[in-house]
Design a protein around this ligand. Structure first.
Ligand SMILES: [Zn+2]
Length: 190
């Protein structure tokens, strides 16, 4: 069966015979492992141009021995991330975390969108690295069923205070004013 599916390359490895194996995050099938077809349709240049962090439109054969990538058309390479070691490290951390959190062979459109949006923001320098990292981690936790309450302060329900603190063991946000008010109970609350 042939599939036409969009996906981002989370990992890749090569065997001794130069056979390339990819781990992809796709919207329809979640995380899948696929190998590149060496002979036939797959052109060597295309094979060389498929890289980690690239988002492609794949033509995949779903056979008895797993998925085989026949061809790939680039949608977004996120190539500029490679010019900054810190951005590249953070992008690979996002890929690794996504790989650990997303169940295999299940639809993962929201996880895919989160990863793509985070990489795009990282590449365009729209927010700081630390901000994007925190948002990515919390959104991934939320999508993965841990459900931290990130709507607003747990006590006063305000969601637009300048400083908000995340209480990891409770999975809640608390604003700086409320934290000050319960300062004496701070250790107990945390
Ligand atoms: Zn509050």
């Amino acid at each position: 069966m042939h599939l036409k599916i969009a996906g981002i390359v989370l990992k890749q490895k090569k065997s001794i015979g130069e056979q390339k194996y990819l781990t992809l995050l796709t919207s329809q099938k979640g995380i899948i492992d696929a190998k590149l077809r060496i002979f036939g349709k797959m052109n060597k240049n295309i094979s060389r141009n498929i890289n980690v962090l690239g988002y492609y439109y794949f033509d995949i054969f779903d056979g008895n021995h797993g998925y085989i990538v026949d061809s790939a058309e680039i949608i977004e390479s996120f190539f500029n991330l490679r010019y900054c070691p810190k951005k590249l490290a953070l992008a690979q951390y996002f890929c690794e975390l996504t790989y650990l959190f997303v169940p295999s062979k299940q639809r993962a459109l929201r996880h895919l969108n989160l990863l793509l949006n985070s990489l795009w923001l990282l590449e365009k320098n729209i927010y700081s690295h630390d901000f994007i990292k925190c948002v990515f981690e919390l959104r991934l936790l939320s999508l993965s069923g841990y459900m931290p309450n990130l709507v607003g302060c747990k006590i006063c329900c305000n969601y637009e205070k300048e400083t908000m603190f995340y209480v990891p063991f409770r999975g809640e946000l608390i604003c700086s004013d409320c934290l000050e008010n319960i300062n004496q109970k701070y250790d107990i609350y945390i």
